[in-house]
Design a protein around this ligand. Structure first.
Ligand code: GLC
Length: 480
Protein backbone atom coordinates (compact mmCIF):
# COMPACT_ATOMS: atom_id res chain seq x y z
CA UNK A 1 0.00 0.00 0.00
CA UNK A 2 1.13 3.55 -0.69
CA UNK A 3 0.70 5.67 2.41
CA UNK A 4 1.35 9.41 2.67
CA UNK A 5 1.52 11.04 6.09
CA UNK A 6 0.89 14.76 6.52
CA UNK A 7 1.80 16.33 9.86
CA UNK A 8 3.27 19.47 11.36
CA UNK A 9 6.08 17.62 13.13
CA UNK A 10 8.18 14.48 12.90
CA UNK A 11 11.21 13.64 15.02
CA UNK A 12 14.14 13.85 14.72
CA UNK A 13 13.61 16.84 12.41
CA UNK A 14 11.12 18.73 14.54
CA UNK A 15 9.36 17.74 17.72
CA UNK A 16 7.43 19.72 20.30
CA UNK A 17 5.58 16.77 21.83
CA UNK A 18 4.31 13.22 21.37
CA UNK A 19 3.07 13.92 17.85
CA UNK A 20 6.69 14.25 16.74
CA UNK A 21 7.58 10.88 18.28
CA UNK A 22 4.63 9.14 16.63
CA UNK A 23 5.53 10.60 13.23
CA UNK A 24 9.02 9.20 13.62
CA UNK A 25 8.14 5.68 14.73
CA UNK A 26 4.84 4.89 12.99
CA UNK A 27 6.01 5.59 9.41
CA UNK A 28 9.09 3.50 10.11
CA UNK A 29 6.97 0.59 11.40
CA UNK A 30 4.55 0.84 8.47
CA UNK A 31 7.40 0.89 5.98
CA UNK A 32 8.63 -2.42 7.38
CA UNK A 33 5.39 -4.12 6.37
CA UNK A 34 5.57 -5.96 3.08
CA UNK A 35 4.56 -4.02 -0.04
CA UNK A 36 4.17 -0.73 1.82
CA UNK A 37 5.70 2.53 0.69
CA UNK A 38 5.48 5.44 3.10
CA UNK A 39 6.03 9.14 2.40
CA UNK A 40 6.01 11.73 5.17
CA UNK A 41 5.33 15.42 4.43
CA UNK A 42 6.31 18.07 6.98
CA UNK A 43 7.11 21.80 6.79
CA UNK A 44 10.72 22.79 6.14
CA UNK A 45 11.01 24.91 9.30
CA UNK A 46 14.09 27.07 9.75
CA UNK A 47 15.30 24.75 12.51
CA UNK A 48 15.52 21.97 9.91
CA UNK A 49 16.56 24.08 6.94
CA UNK A 50 19.42 25.90 8.64
CA UNK A 51 20.53 23.17 11.03
CA UNK A 52 23.10 21.81 8.58
CA UNK A 53 22.26 18.35 9.90
CA UNK A 54 20.29 16.93 7.03
CA UNK A 55 21.28 16.04 3.52
CA UNK A 56 18.36 17.03 1.32
CA UNK A 57 17.76 17.25 -2.40
CA UNK A 58 15.70 19.90 -4.10
CA UNK A 59 12.99 18.38 -6.29
CA UNK A 60 11.44 21.51 -7.73
CA UNK A 61 9.08 24.37 -7.10
CA UNK A 62 5.60 25.47 -8.09
CA UNK A 63 2.83 27.43 -6.49
CA UNK A 64 -0.54 26.72 -4.92
CA UNK A 65 -3.65 28.88 -4.92
CA UNK A 66 -4.76 30.37 -1.61
CA UNK A 67 -8.08 32.10 -2.29
CA UNK A 68 -7.16 35.17 -4.41
CA UNK A 69 -3.38 34.66 -4.47
CA UNK A 70 -0.75 32.08 -5.19
CA UNK A 71 2.02 31.00 -2.83
CA UNK A 72 5.40 29.47 -3.52
CA UNK A 73 6.09 25.81 -2.68
CA UNK A 74 9.61 24.42 -2.71
CA UNK A 75 9.76 20.64 -2.44
CA UNK A 76 12.74 18.84 -0.94
CA UNK A 77 13.42 15.27 0.01
CA UNK A 78 15.76 13.77 2.57
CA UNK A 79 18.55 11.87 0.86
CA UNK A 80 18.31 8.37 2.18
CA UNK A 81 18.94 4.81 1.17
CA UNK A 82 15.61 3.73 2.60
CA UNK A 83 13.51 2.87 -0.43
CA UNK A 84 10.24 2.36 1.39
CA UNK A 85 10.29 5.45 3.58
CA UNK A 86 10.72 8.94 2.16
CA UNK A 87 10.68 12.23 4.03
CA UNK A 88 9.54 15.31 2.12
CA UNK A 89 9.89 18.92 3.24
CA UNK A 90 7.62 21.77 2.16
CA UNK A 91 9.66 24.94 1.87
CA UNK A 92 8.25 28.43 2.18
CA UNK A 93 10.40 30.95 4.06
CA UNK A 94 7.52 33.28 4.79
CA UNK A 95 5.43 30.62 6.52
CA UNK A 96 7.96 28.33 8.11
CA UNK A 97 11.06 30.34 8.95
CA UNK A 98 9.70 32.11 12.00
CA UNK A 99 12.06 31.00 14.74
CA UNK A 100 9.21 28.93 16.20
CA UNK A 101 7.02 26.04 15.18
CA UNK A 102 3.61 27.19 16.43
CA UNK A 103 2.23 30.29 18.06
CA UNK A 104 2.00 32.79 15.20
CA UNK A 105 -1.10 34.92 14.69
CA UNK A 106 -1.49 33.43 11.21
CA UNK A 107 -1.06 29.76 12.17
CA UNK A 108 -4.41 29.01 10.52
CA UNK A 109 -3.15 30.34 7.21
CA UNK A 110 0.28 28.71 7.60
CA UNK A 111 -1.21 25.25 7.96
CA UNK A 112 -4.03 25.72 5.46
CA UNK A 113 -1.23 26.50 3.03
CA UNK A 114 0.69 23.46 4.27
CA UNK A 115 -2.24 21.08 3.67
CA UNK A 116 -2.62 22.33 0.11
CA UNK A 117 1.09 22.32 -0.52
CA UNK A 118 1.40 18.72 0.70
CA UNK A 119 -1.27 17.49 -1.72
CA UNK A 120 0.11 19.62 -4.54
CA UNK A 121 3.54 18.12 -3.86
CA UNK A 122 2.19 14.59 -4.20
CA UNK A 123 0.68 15.57 -7.55
CA UNK A 124 3.96 17.25 -8.57
CA UNK A 125 6.03 14.08 -8.03
CA UNK A 126 3.32 11.82 -9.47
CA UNK A 127 2.60 10.10 -6.16
CA UNK A 128 -0.87 8.54 -6.02
CA UNK A 129 -1.22 7.37 -2.43
CA UNK A 130 -3.87 4.82 -1.53
CA UNK A 131 -4.29 6.57 1.79
CA UNK A 132 -3.33 9.99 3.06
CA UNK A 133 -3.04 9.83 6.82
CA UNK A 134 -3.21 13.28 8.36
CA UNK A 135 -2.63 14.29 11.93
CA UNK A 136 -4.17 16.96 14.15
CA UNK A 137 -5.62 20.30 13.11
CA UNK A 138 -2.53 21.39 11.19
CA UNK A 139 -3.24 18.75 8.53
CA UNK A 140 -6.99 18.79 8.99
CA UNK A 141 -7.82 20.47 5.70
CA UNK A 142 -6.47 17.52 3.71
CA UNK A 143 -9.58 15.27 3.80
CA UNK A 144 -11.85 18.07 2.60
CA UNK A 145 -9.38 19.09 -0.12
CA UNK A 146 -9.24 15.48 -1.31
CA UNK A 147 -13.00 15.53 -1.77
CA UNK A 148 -13.02 18.90 -3.55
CA UNK A 149 -10.10 20.80 -5.10
CA UNK A 150 -7.89 17.69 -5.40
CA UNK A 151 -10.57 15.15 -6.26
CA UNK A 152 -9.55 14.90 -9.88
CA UNK A 153 -5.85 14.67 -9.07
CA UNK A 154 -6.40 11.80 -6.61
CA UNK A 155 -9.58 9.97 -7.63
CA UNK A 156 -8.75 6.77 -5.69
CA UNK A 157 -7.05 8.19 -2.63
CA UNK A 158 -8.78 7.87 0.73
CA UNK A 159 -8.09 9.79 3.93
CA UNK A 160 -7.59 8.94 7.59
CA UNK A 161 -7.54 11.68 10.20
CA UNK A 162 -5.99 11.09 13.63
CA UNK A 163 -6.62 13.25 16.68
CA UNK A 164 -3.63 13.57 19.00
CA UNK A 165 -4.69 16.76 20.68
CA UNK A 166 -8.29 17.93 20.57
CA UNK A 167 -7.61 21.14 22.48
CA UNK A 168 -6.29 22.78 19.34
CA UNK A 169 -8.80 22.65 16.52
CA UNK A 170 -7.62 25.26 14.05
CA UNK A 171 -10.27 27.89 14.64
CA UNK A 172 -10.55 30.99 12.51
CA UNK A 173 -13.20 33.52 11.67
CA UNK A 174 -15.95 32.74 9.23
CA UNK A 175 -14.35 34.55 6.31
CA UNK A 176 -11.35 32.15 6.43
CA UNK A 177 -12.59 30.09 3.49
CA UNK A 178 -13.15 33.20 1.43
CA UNK A 179 -9.83 34.85 2.44
CA UNK A 180 -7.46 31.91 2.64
CA UNK A 181 -8.70 28.48 1.61
CA UNK A 182 -10.69 29.47 -1.45
CA UNK A 183 -13.03 26.46 -1.65
CA UNK A 184 -16.50 26.89 -3.15
CA UNK A 185 -19.26 28.39 -0.98
CA UNK A 186 -20.85 24.92 -0.57
CA UNK A 187 -17.96 24.04 1.74
CA UNK A 188 -18.75 26.81 4.21
CA UNK A 189 -21.13 24.62 6.20
CA UNK A 190 -18.59 21.80 6.42
CA UNK A 191 -15.95 24.22 7.70
CA UNK A 192 -18.25 25.93 10.13
CA UNK A 193 -18.71 25.10 13.80
CA UNK A 194 -20.14 27.37 16.48
CA UNK A 195 -19.93 30.39 14.21
CA UNK A 196 -16.23 29.89 13.52
CA UNK A 197 -14.26 28.13 10.89
CA UNK A 198 -13.03 24.95 12.56
CA UNK A 199 -10.58 22.88 10.54
CA UNK A 200 -10.66 19.88 12.86
CA UNK A 201 -14.42 19.66 12.59
CA UNK A 202 -14.13 19.69 8.81
CA UNK A 203 -11.68 16.78 8.98
CA UNK A 204 -13.88 14.78 11.35
CA UNK A 205 -16.84 14.99 9.01
CA UNK A 206 -14.97 14.50 5.72
CA UNK A 207 -12.20 11.98 6.43
CA UNK A 208 -13.00 8.43 5.35
CA UNK A 209 -11.89 7.19 8.77
CA UNK A 210 -11.19 9.09 11.98
CA UNK A 211 -9.10 7.81 14.85
CA UNK A 212 -7.47 8.83 18.08
CA UNK A 213 -4.53 7.44 19.95
CA UNK A 214 -6.06 5.07 22.51
CA UNK A 215 -9.27 3.14 22.94
CA UNK A 216 -10.31 4.66 26.24
CA UNK A 217 -9.76 8.18 24.91
CA UNK A 218 -11.90 7.29 21.91
CA UNK A 219 -14.73 6.46 24.33
CA UNK A 220 -14.06 9.53 26.46
CA UNK A 221 -14.26 11.85 23.45
CA UNK A 222 -17.94 11.06 23.17
CA UNK A 223 -18.42 13.10 26.36
CA UNK A 224 -18.32 16.91 26.51
CA UNK A 225 -15.96 16.86 29.52
CA UNK A 226 -13.15 15.63 27.28
CA UNK A 227 -14.14 16.66 23.80
CA UNK A 228 -13.72 20.46 23.75
CA UNK A 229 -16.99 20.83 21.86
CA UNK A 230 -16.47 17.96 19.43
CA UNK A 231 -18.40 15.18 21.22
CA UNK A 232 -21.44 15.21 18.97
CA UNK A 233 -19.49 15.63 15.77
CA UNK A 234 -17.35 12.64 16.77
CA UNK A 235 -20.32 10.55 17.86
CA UNK A 236 -21.94 11.20 14.50
CA UNK A 237 -19.13 9.16 12.91
CA UNK A 238 -20.22 6.06 14.84
CA UNK A 239 -18.01 3.08 14.01
CA UNK A 240 -15.85 5.17 11.71
CA UNK A 241 -14.19 6.72 14.75
CA UNK A 242 -11.78 4.33 16.48
CA UNK A 243 -8.89 4.28 18.93
CA UNK A 244 -5.46 2.82 18.20
CA UNK A 245 -2.98 2.92 21.06
CA UNK A 246 0.39 4.45 20.33
CA UNK A 247 3.66 2.64 20.69
CA UNK A 248 7.20 3.92 21.03
CA UNK A 249 10.32 3.28 19.03
CA UNK A 250 11.81 0.48 21.13
CA UNK A 251 15.13 0.70 19.32
CA UNK A 252 15.47 4.37 20.16
CA UNK A 253 14.25 3.90 23.72
CA UNK A 254 16.29 0.94 24.83
CA UNK A 255 18.03 0.72 28.22
CA UNK A 256 20.70 -1.45 26.57
CA UNK A 257 21.76 1.19 24.06
CA UNK A 258 20.19 4.63 24.63
CA UNK A 259 22.60 7.53 24.91
CA UNK A 260 22.83 9.58 28.08
CA UNK A 261 22.74 6.68 30.56
CA UNK A 262 25.43 6.02 33.15
CA UNK A 263 24.99 2.27 32.73
CA UNK A 264 23.10 0.10 30.30
CA UNK A 265 20.89 -2.73 31.52
CA UNK A 266 18.03 -5.04 30.63
CA UNK A 267 15.24 -6.85 32.46
CA UNK A 268 17.77 -9.21 33.99
CA UNK A 269 20.40 -6.71 35.06
CA UNK A 270 18.25 -3.75 35.99
CA UNK A 271 18.86 -3.87 39.75
CA UNK A 272 22.47 -2.89 39.49
CA UNK A 273 21.93 -0.86 36.30
CA UNK A 274 19.23 1.34 37.73
CA UNK A 275 21.19 2.00 40.93
CA UNK A 276 24.17 3.19 38.91
CA UNK A 277 21.95 5.52 36.94
CA UNK A 278 20.32 6.77 40.12
CA UNK A 279 23.66 7.60 41.72
CA UNK A 280 24.82 9.32 38.52
CA UNK A 281 21.66 11.40 38.33
CA UNK A 282 21.86 12.38 42.00
CA UNK A 283 25.43 13.47 41.48
CA UNK A 284 24.59 15.43 38.33
CA UNK A 285 21.66 17.22 39.98
CA UNK A 286 23.32 17.79 43.35
CA UNK A 287 20.98 15.54 45.32
CA UNK A 288 22.29 13.39 48.19
CA UNK A 289 23.73 10.20 46.70
CA UNK A 290 21.57 7.49 48.17
CA UNK A 291 20.82 4.26 46.37
CA UNK A 292 17.91 3.28 48.60
CA UNK A 293 15.70 6.35 48.64
CA UNK A 294 12.83 6.09 46.18
CA UNK A 295 13.36 8.38 43.22
CA UNK A 296 10.14 9.91 41.82
CA UNK A 297 10.20 11.56 38.42
CA UNK A 298 8.16 13.63 36.02
CA UNK A 299 9.21 14.57 32.50
CA UNK A 300 6.39 16.76 31.30
CA UNK A 301 5.09 19.93 29.84
CA UNK A 302 4.10 22.07 32.80
CA UNK A 303 0.52 22.45 31.63
CA UNK A 304 -2.74 22.24 33.55
CA UNK A 305 -4.04 19.11 31.87
CA UNK A 306 -0.85 17.23 32.78
CA UNK A 307 -2.07 17.32 36.38
CA UNK A 308 0.59 19.64 37.78
CA UNK A 309 -2.05 21.14 40.09
CA UNK A 310 -2.32 17.81 41.86
CA UNK A 311 1.42 17.70 42.38
CA UNK A 312 1.41 21.24 43.79
CA UNK A 313 -1.40 20.34 46.16
CA UNK A 314 0.33 17.29 47.64
CA UNK A 315 3.92 18.54 47.38
CA UNK A 316 4.40 19.41 51.08
CA UNK A 317 2.96 16.14 52.27
CA UNK A 318 4.99 14.24 49.72
CA UNK A 319 8.13 15.77 51.21
CA UNK A 320 7.41 14.05 54.52
CA UNK A 321 7.89 10.70 52.76
CA UNK A 322 11.31 9.20 52.17
CA UNK A 323 11.58 10.29 48.54
CA UNK A 324 13.53 12.36 46.09
CA UNK A 325 11.62 14.13 43.33
CA UNK A 326 13.05 15.12 39.95
CA UNK A 327 11.02 17.24 37.53
CA UNK A 328 12.04 18.11 33.97
CA UNK A 329 9.97 20.35 31.77
CA UNK A 330 8.91 23.81 30.80
CA UNK A 331 5.55 25.46 30.58
CA UNK A 332 3.17 27.70 32.45
CA UNK A 333 4.86 30.28 34.59
CA UNK A 334 2.79 29.68 37.71
CA UNK A 335 3.99 26.07 37.84
CA UNK A 336 7.58 27.05 37.15
CA UNK A 337 7.39 29.45 40.09
CA UNK A 338 5.85 26.89 42.36
CA UNK A 339 8.41 24.24 41.53
CA UNK A 340 11.32 26.64 41.92
CA UNK A 341 9.98 27.53 45.36
CA UNK A 342 9.66 23.87 46.25
CA UNK A 343 13.26 23.25 45.30
CA UNK A 344 14.40 26.22 47.38
CA UNK A 345 12.68 24.83 50.45
CA UNK A 346 13.43 21.16 49.94
CA UNK A 347 16.73 21.28 48.08
CA UNK A 348 17.90 17.95 49.48
CA UNK A 349 14.85 16.20 48.13
CA UNK A 350 13.80 18.09 45.04
CA UNK A 351 15.51 18.89 41.76
CA UNK A 352 13.57 21.02 39.30
CA UNK A 353 14.97 21.43 35.80
CA UNK A 354 13.07 23.95 33.74
CA UNK A 355 14.42 22.80 30.42
CA UNK A 356 14.12 19.94 28.04
CA UNK A 357 17.04 17.71 27.17
CA UNK A 358 16.52 14.29 25.65
CA UNK A 359 19.67 12.85 27.23
CA UNK A 360 18.74 14.08 30.69
CA UNK A 361 15.21 12.74 30.19
CA UNK A 362 16.57 9.31 29.35
CA UNK A 363 18.82 9.34 32.41
CA UNK A 364 15.82 10.29 34.55
CA UNK A 365 13.73 7.40 33.21
CA UNK A 366 16.63 5.04 33.87
CA UNK A 367 17.35 6.39 37.35
CA UNK A 368 13.87 6.66 38.76
CA UNK A 369 11.76 4.13 40.62
CA UNK A 370 8.37 5.79 40.23
CA UNK A 371 7.15 7.82 37.29
CA UNK A 372 4.33 10.26 38.07
CA UNK A 373 1.71 11.08 35.45
CA UNK A 374 -1.45 12.45 37.07
CA UNK A 375 -2.86 13.91 33.81
CA UNK A 376 -6.38 15.27 33.88
CA UNK A 377 -6.91 13.80 30.44
CA UNK A 378 -4.41 11.98 28.23
CA UNK A 379 -5.06 10.92 24.64
CA UNK A 380 -2.34 8.32 24.90
CA UNK A 381 0.77 9.54 26.62
CA UNK A 382 4.14 8.20 25.60
CA UNK A 383 6.36 8.94 28.56
CA UNK A 384 4.70 6.33 30.76
CA UNK A 385 5.72 3.82 28.08
CA UNK A 386 9.28 5.12 28.02
CA UNK A 387 9.32 5.00 31.82
CA UNK A 388 8.21 1.36 31.93
CA UNK A 389 10.70 0.42 29.25
CA UNK A 390 13.41 1.83 31.52
CA UNK A 391 11.98 0.15 34.60
CA UNK A 392 10.29 3.11 36.31
CA UNK A 393 6.87 2.11 37.62
CA UNK A 394 4.12 4.58 36.65
CA UNK A 395 1.66 6.22 39.03
CA UNK A 396 -1.16 7.49 36.83
CA UNK A 397 -4.67 8.85 36.72
CA UNK A 398 -6.62 6.08 35.01
CA UNK A 399 -7.74 8.16 32.05
CA UNK A 400 -7.31 7.87 28.28
CA UNK A 401 -4.26 6.01 27.12
CA UNK A 402 -2.92 5.87 30.68
CA UNK A 403 -5.79 3.57 31.57
CA UNK A 404 -5.08 1.35 28.57
CA UNK A 405 -1.33 1.11 29.03
CA UNK A 406 -1.03 1.04 32.83
CA UNK A 407 -3.38 -1.56 34.30
CA UNK A 408 -3.51 -1.37 38.09
CA UNK A 409 -1.13 -3.49 40.12
CA UNK A 410 -3.13 -5.56 42.57
CA UNK A 411 -0.60 -7.96 43.94
CA UNK A 412 2.00 -10.36 42.58
CA UNK A 413 -0.56 -12.42 40.69
CA UNK A 414 -2.01 -9.47 38.80
CA UNK A 415 -1.01 -8.40 35.33
CA UNK A 416 -0.84 -4.84 36.65
CA UNK A 417 1.95 -2.48 35.62
CA UNK A 418 1.55 0.47 37.94
CA UNK A 419 -0.45 2.38 40.53
CA UNK A 420 -3.59 4.16 39.50
CA UNK A 421 -6.26 6.44 40.88
CA UNK A 422 -9.71 6.81 39.43
CA UNK A 423 -10.71 10.43 39.73
CA UNK A 424 -8.83 13.66 39.28
CA UNK A 425 -8.18 14.17 42.96
CA UNK A 426 -4.94 15.07 44.72
CA UNK A 427 -5.53 12.93 47.81
CA UNK A 428 -6.18 9.90 45.65
CA UNK A 429 -2.97 10.67 43.78
CA UNK A 430 -1.01 10.78 47.04
CA UNK A 431 -2.66 7.56 48.19
CA UNK A 432 -1.54 5.86 44.97
CA UNK A 433 2.03 7.09 45.54
CA UNK A 434 1.87 5.78 49.11
CA UNK A 435 0.76 2.36 47.91
CA UNK A 436 3.69 2.31 45.50
CA UNK A 437 6.13 3.39 48.22
CA UNK A 438 4.81 0.71 50.56
CA UNK A 439 5.61 -1.96 47.99
CA UNK A 440 8.98 -0.39 47.20
CA UNK A 441 10.13 -0.26 50.85
CA UNK A 442 8.28 -3.17 52.43
CA UNK A 443 8.20 -5.82 49.71
CA UNK A 444 11.35 -5.35 47.65
CA UNK A 445 11.12 -8.74 45.97
CA UNK A 446 7.63 -7.99 44.70
CA UNK A 447 8.76 -4.54 43.66
CA UNK A 448 11.60 -6.02 41.60
CA UNK A 449 9.17 -8.43 40.01
CA UNK A 450 6.92 -5.53 39.02
CA UNK A 451 9.85 -3.64 37.49
CA UNK A 452 10.87 -6.75 35.57
CA UNK A 453 7.27 -7.22 34.38
CA UNK A 454 7.06 -3.62 33.12
CA UNK A 455 10.40 -3.84 31.37
CA UNK A 456 9.39 -7.03 29.55
CA UNK A 457 6.25 -5.58 27.96
CA UNK A 458 6.24 -4.97 24.25
CA UNK A 459 5.60 -1.27 23.73
CA UNK A 460 6.74 -1.28 20.10
CA UNK A 461 4.67 -0.23 17.11
CA UNK A 462 4.16 -3.63 15.44
CA UNK A 463 0.63 -4.19 16.70
CA UNK A 464 -0.34 -0.53 16.25
CA UNK A 465 0.97 -0.51 12.67
CA UNK A 466 -1.14 -3.60 11.87
CA UNK A 467 -4.18 -1.89 13.31
CA UNK A 468 -3.54 1.19 11.19
CA UNK A 469 -3.26 -1.08 8.16
CA UNK A 470 -6.70 -2.49 8.98
CA UNK A 471 -8.01 1.07 9.30
CA UNK A 472 -6.53 2.04 5.93
CA UNK A 473 -8.20 -0.98 4.35
CA UNK A 474 -11.47 0.06 5.93
CA UNK A 475 -11.03 3.58 4.53
CA UNK A 476 -10.47 2.02 1.10
CA UNK A 477 -13.65 0.00 1.48
CA UNK A 478 -11.75 -3.30 1.36
CA UNK A 479 -13.42 -6.32 2.86
CA UNK A 480 -11.65 -7.52 5.99
C1 GLC B 1 -0.39 14.34 22.12
C2 GLC B 1 -1.15 13.77 23.31
C3 GLC B 1 -0.46 12.55 23.89
C4 GLC B 1 -0.17 11.55 22.76
C5 GLC B 1 0.62 12.23 21.66
C6 GLC B 1 0.93 11.33 20.50
O1 GLC B 1 0.81 14.91 22.54
O2 GLC B 1 -1.31 14.76 24.33
O3 GLC B 1 -1.28 11.94 24.85
O4 GLC B 1 0.55 10.46 23.27
O5 GLC B 1 -0.10 13.32 21.16
O6 GLC B 1 -0.21 10.74 19.95
Amino acid sequence: MKIAMVASEAAPFVKTGGLGDVLQALPQALSEIKNNEVSVFIPFYDRIKYSGKYDVEFLGYFDVPLAWRREYVGLLRLKSRRKKLKIYFIDNEHYFCRGCVYGCADDGERYAYFAKAALASMAFIGLQPDVVHCHDWQAALVPLLLKTEYRESFPNTRSVFTIHNIEYQGKANLSFNYDVIGLPRECDEILRFDDCTNLMKAAIVTADQVSTVSQTYCQELRYPYYAHGMSQVLSSRGGDFTGITNGIDIKLFNPMTTAGLAAHYNEKTFREGKVRNKLALQKELGLPEDRDTAMLAMVTRLAGHKGIDLLCYIAERLMTRRVQLVVIGTGEEKYEWFLRGLQERFGRQVSVNLCFSADLANLVYAASDLYLMPSKSEPCGLSQLMAMRFGAVPVVNATGGLKDTVPAYEGPESEGRGFTFQSYNADDFLAAIDRALALYYDAPAQWQELVRHDMSQDFGWDKGAERYMALYHKALGDKA
